[in-house]
Design a protein around this ligand. Structure first.
Ligand SMILES: [Zn+2]
Length: 215
């Protein structure tokens, strides 16, 4: 199956993508991983991407598309893949269609993880991270530490990252609404969109997604 996963920040997209890819035995292709892999291998596209990132600029669509195309043509992706973070705007979606058509294949579904703006803010703005180790993650509502402001694992101080502040989250949601949501309409016209509620436990969302995919 060839799947695109979309959803706002805070929808749990990365976690869901990993579970679905495993259940469906297809590679999980995330833009974050693509960038890291191309930059660490020093590919031409990786070098181009790095030069933009070092200059604090957005990586142009053609660079991102090039990396995604290379990855989709790897042997493990012959029977399908799950794209996460790509396409992120309509012009990338159009480029993806062109690339797939050239290989004489097409997408099977676009999974749209749905979660309200207030829930996204609650999820992200409630996160608290340990100053000693950023993998020690807590949440003021969903995963409270035994003592407020103190890491259960190592006793470190918990704090809220700037990226997680409500104002920043609302700005990221705004970008999602203006740039990424239009691709849902684009794919809806192709009859590909399956909207799934992203509320509840990770495994519940996975089960809903598998059902929507007919698996
Ligand atoms: Zn800690």
């Amino acid at each position: 199956m060839r799947i695109v996963l979309v959803g706002p920040p805070g929808a749990g997209k990365g976690t869901q993508a990993a579970f679905l890819a495993k259940n469906l035995s297809i590679p999980h292709i995330s833009t974050g991983d693509l960038f890291r892999a191309n930059i660490s291998k020093g590919t031409d596209l990786g070098k181009q991407a790095k030069s933009y990132m070092d200059a604090g600029q957005l990586v142009p669509d053609e660079v991102t598309i090039g990396m995604a195309k290379d990855r989709m043509e790897q042997p493990d992706a012959v029977n399908g893949f799950l794209l996460d973070g790509f396409p992120r705007n309509v012009s990338q979606a159009e480029a993806l269609d062109v690339a797939l058509k050239a290989d004489d294949v097409k997408l099977d579904a676009v999974l749209d993880l749905e979660v309200s703006e207030d829930e996204v803010v609650k999820r992200i703005a409630g996160r608290r991270i340990c100053r000693n180790d950023s993998s020690h993650v807590f949440h003021v509502t969903y995963k409270q530490p035994k003592t407020e402001g103190v890491c259960d694992t190592c006793g470190g101080e918990l704090y809220q990252r700037d990226d997680d502040k409500e104002e920043t989250v609302r700005k990221r949601l705004e970008v999602y609404h203006t740039q990424t949501e239009p691709i849902i309409d684009y794919y809806r016209e192709q009859g590909l969109v399956k909207t799934i509620s992203a509320l509840g436990k990770v495994e519940e969302v996975t089960a809903r997604s598998m059902e929507a995919l007919g698996r």
